[in-house]
Structures are given as C-alpha cells and as structure tokens.
Unconditional design. Structure first.
Length: 99
C-alpha cells in the first residue's frame, strides 16, 4: 500500500471506532505482525482495537510511522529493519506492553 492508502485506511478505522491521536494509541513497524503486535506488545487478538497495513516498502512504512508519531501517537522511530514493511497501530491498555 502507498503512504496515502495506509493513512486513509488507518484513519477510517480509527474514526469508525472513535479513536483519536491521543497518547492512548501506539504505532510501529515490523516484518512479523504475530511476533511484534501480538507477541512483543501482548495485544489481545479479541475485543481490542488494533490494525495493521502492509506498505509497498520499508521507507513508506517509516514515513507512515513518523506521520503518526508527529500526530501524538506513542512509539518511536529507528526500530525495525529493511524488511519492516508492515505498519501496525493499537490502543494502549493495561494488557499491552510498550517498550
């Protein structure tokens, strides 16, 4: 997906579920959603707000991540690797782990 497609998709899902850019949302990039989103961050698969989108390349994923960080989401730049082409976002809760 392109930068614009990812932003449009995440923003539509965010609005549909009443989430804003507050610090309650976390954004990151990965090459393995299961390992990072559901493993590392411990995001519940059921009854929890999360989304991920495959980017056309790692640079696009990093640009999307930076965009949302500048909007106020939690997370940080510099993570991932050259294969990290998936942007993920989730709602921070007592169940999740942010590092």
């Amino acid at each position: 997906m392109t930068f614009e497609e990812i932003i449009k998709t995440i923003d539509a899902y965010r609005r549909e579920h009443g989430r804003d850019y507050a610090r309650k949302l976390y954004v990151g990039i990965t090459n393995d959603v299961d390992r990072r989103l559901f493993g590392f961050h411990m995001v519940p698969r059921e009854n929890h707000w999360w989304i991920y989108c495959p980017a056309k390349d790692a640079q696009t994923a990093r640009e999307v991540e930076k965009f949302y960080l500048e909007k106020g989401m939690q997370g940080g730049v510099g993570g991932g690797n050259n294969n990290s082409k998936i942007v993920y976002c989730y709602e921070v809760s007592e169940e999740t782990k942010e590092y």
